[in-house]
Design a protein around this ligand. Sequence first.
Ligand code: ZN
Length: 83
Amino acid sequence: MNRKQRRAMNKYMGKETTENLAQKISQFGKRQCGACQKEFDKKDKDMVQSWSVVVKQEVVRLFCPDCIKKTKEALSNVKHKED
Ligand SMILES: [Zn+2]
């Protein structure tokens, strides 16, 4: 499966995909964290490398490292409860 097919499949499956931030950032209107509204500076290399882009059903969202961490912690808590 090549990259294009995989992307099409992800789109079809409605899966969340994380893609290259630098590529996606140019398509953004909003340049801030989707959770805490912290502003994103695309000229800041540390930010570009540490922030995450989540693509879900054509909607592109940015998340700062703090919110990614919180989300991961929340998910691990949920998983822990299920155990
Ligand atoms: Zn945030």
